[in-house]
Design a protein around this ligand. Sequence first.
Ligand SMILES: Cc1ncc(COP(=O)(O)O)c(C=O)c1O
Length: 284
Amino acid sequence: GSSAAFNLAFLAMYDPGDRVAIAAPGYPAYRNIMAALGIEIVEIELGSDAYLHADHLKSAHREKPLKGVLFASPANPTGAVIPADELSALVKTADELGIAVISDEIYHRLAYAAPDVTALACGAGVTVINSFSKYYCMTGWRIGWMVLPDELVRPVERIAQSLYISPPELSQVAAVEAFNATQELEAVKARYAWNRDLLMKRLPELGFLLAAPMDGAFYAFCDVTRHTNDSMAFARKMLAEAHVAATPGRDFDPLQGHRTMRFSYAGSHDDMVEALARIESWLK
Ligand SMILES: Cc1ncc(COP(=O)(O)O)c(C=O)c1O
């Protein structure tokens, strides 16, 4: 999956001590893998539109030069999609400043409000990471792909041969077939969209204010401060008492995560209806 691709990209592109920017909130494995490799992590706190802007990059680079930046659009945990013109400005700025870009496009094809443009449309020098785990619903098959600038192809191949040899052959065959399953996959996406409509309306009514626009992926990222100042304890209690699981924000954002929680709407519509009913009666 893309998890393997992060190791390959980081090893090929960055050295220990290099400064690499990521967004907070963001997918926790970025931070964890970089820390394991001795990369200096520069977490950039996002504003209410929940995506990285060119200006964020400029000011982090001004403080001390960055070697790289990694972003996802649509993003986990926010679901935010970087608008096409902002993405283009971000990639152009990185290019001008000599910052190597990694675009995690694992939630591509799961955007509901605006198109999810690939970073490759904004510059050929970017590294794109993608996977069959989300749109293609093949999480357990551990298969994904990378699009690399020419000069990185051989280094990544050489590291991959030593770390992984290859993805399982069965997964490779199944993944190629998945490209022909568009009808089924669009039906799954329509279910996500249906769930999204429900959560977008009901979560704020229950006091979970949307902390990011629900533009893509399958997450609602909520400000939970009307209920608690400790989202970890709140999530634990909700799981134990209402039997509804949601992810506390701390893993995504060590600084502000106590104020937020991520709800996934990847399940069935009936499960969403049931979960909301349980949360409502639990809160009374
Ligand atoms: C933004 C993001 N990138 C990467 C991954 C890991 O995906 P994979 O299953 O392809 O290793 C996830 C999984 O949740 C994710 O949310």
